[in-house]
Every structure is written in C-alpha cells, then in structure tokens.
Design a protein. Structure first.
Length: 286
C-alpha cells in the first residue's frame, strides 16, 4: 500500500501539472471507486479549477473552485488503497487495464486513476466538512512534537509495530516504513509500545523522520504497483534495510533478516540488532 512517502511524491509530482488547470471533461469507468453521490461527484468536478494539492496522511486533497460565481470551494479527496495510481499523461497514452477515472484538463493532459485491486476511493466534500472527515486521524510524523509523540505510546500494551500502523494514533505509516524505522532505532517490533523508555522513544522519533525523508527523496518504494505522478517507479525499494528481505543478511551485522506476524500484520527485523528486551530485568532476550 502506498504510504506517506509515496503519496507525498505523487502530490509533489502532480502539483505543477494540475494547479490552476480546469477539468474540461470527466469519464468514470468504474463507478464503485466514487464514494457518495455519483451525480454530485460529476457536477462538482465538471468545469472546476484545481487550485492546489496537498496531503493528509495517505490521502491526496485537490482543492476545487467549481464553475459558477455562487459555488463554494470543494475538495476532491483521493485514497490510493493498496494498488492505486494517480498520474498525468498525454491523451494518446494507452488506456491501461483497471483505469477507473479519466479527467481531461485545460492543459491538454489527462489525469488518470488506476487501481487493480479496487481498494482505492475518491469523494468530494465541501470545505466545511473536510476537518470532520479527517478528525479521527492521528498527527503527522513531521508535525508532531516529541512530547506529543511520547503521549501516543504511553500506557499502550500492543506491540510498537502495530501502534505505528494505527492511523488514529499516527497517520501515514504502513508496513514498509514502520519496519524500517524500528530497525534504524534498534527496537524489536513486538516490544510493548507503552514499555519503551525515553531513549528508545527519542531514537524512534528521529528514525521515523529520517526514513520518511529518505523515502521521499527516493520518490517512494515500488515494491508492488506504486508509480509516481509521471507513471514511473520509485527507487527507495533498492535501499530498504529490512522490509521484504526475509533471509537476506542484515546490512549492519550480517544476521539473516526475520519476519514475524503481529496481530495479522507482518514485521521484518534483525534478531541481533533489534533484540527484544525483558522489560522486567532490563536485559535482552536471546
């Protein structure tokens, strides 16, 4: 699933190509991708000008100024799901299988949404409803203070890996970057979140930001279907330290990378660099 770095990469790639453009025409090939009224969705996008693009967690937000003097701004909200691709291209580009939405832009380009597994979604909301729609999401990793970050973990008994995946606690993370950050911080993924000491929390706080910045610089990780706004693969999958590397040598110590399942979610880690601590005695478990 595209995570924060992938979604941020798509937003940055689309921003100069979409900002200020009008949607001249819209074709919906798979209506199920649209949440809410299909008619309202069509009417909102028809003739609207895309004012700006932004990201909240794993969501893409396109601020729309609808056609007509009396129409208030709306937001076109897009979630890529597991395999979604949101990109701009020339109209002559082949229409790939699983393309669900096509928008013709005033620039002459097309904006396309493609999603093989159909877990992606899109909807339109008036500006006044946007805050409520995202109210349940936790804070952004780049905007949270260390004090607030520590509060997210306090008293939580579930494994730290699972807490990092909880969008209500911290938005934008998934299996890839939670595994990578825990490795950089030297923390076992099964460690109870509330049992992390201040030093461990500080390392994790820094590791998350480091890994996310690296991944954005590498335009995300194309371990599956993810593509940039130009339809190209990212490059950060070539630099992943532990994710999806089960059995391969740890880049730090050479021990084989292992994979475990925690509450139905996989976690990759190094058993030597990320030894699980006995929280009662303060010693590492071998």
């Amino acid at each position: 699933m595209p995570e924060l770095p992938e979604v941020e990469t798509v937003v940055r790639g689309l921003r100069p190509r979409l900002a200020g453009r009008r949607i001249r025409r819209l074709r919906i090939l798979q209506p199920l991708v649209v949440r809410g009224s299909l008619g309202r969705f069509r009417r909102t996008l028809a003739g609207a000008r895309i004012a700006r693009l932004s990201r909240r967690g794993k969501y893409i937000l396109l601020e729309l100024h609808p056609a007509g003097a009396n129409h208030r701004r709306r937001y076109w909200i897009v979630h890529l799901g597991m395999t979604g691709q949101f990109y701009a291209c020339a109209p002559a580009a082949p229409l790939l299988k699983h393309t669900h939405v096509v928008a013709w832009l005033s620039s002459g380009e097309q904006l396309r949404f493609r999603d093989q597994r159909r877990f992606g979604k899109m909807l339109v909301l008036p500006e006044v409803d946007v805050a409520d729609y995202f109210a349940s999401l936790g804070p952004e990793p780049f905007r949270i203070s260390f004090a607030r970050f520590s509060e997210v973990f306090a008293g939580r008994r579930l494994p730290v890996k699972n807490l990092l995946l909880n969008q209500n606690r911290l938005r934008g993370l998934g299996n890839i970057y939670s595994s990578e950050a825990l490795f950089v911080a030297g923390i076992h993924p099964a460690t109870p979140a509330g049992g992390l000491g201040r030093g461990e929390l500080r390392r994790l706080f820094r590791a998350l930001r480091q890994v996310l910045r690296e991944a954005i610089a590498g335009q995300g990780s194309s371990v599956s279907d993810y593509r940039t706004a130009e339809g190209l693969p990212g490059s950060y999958q070539n630099y992943l330290r532990v994710y999806d590397r089960e059995g391969e040598p740890c880049p730090r110590c050479g021990a084989p990378i292992e994979r475990i399942v925690l509450a139905g979610r996989s976690a990759h880690f190094c058993p030597q660099c990320q030894r699980r601590m006995d929280r009662g005695s303060g010693t590492r478990k071998d």
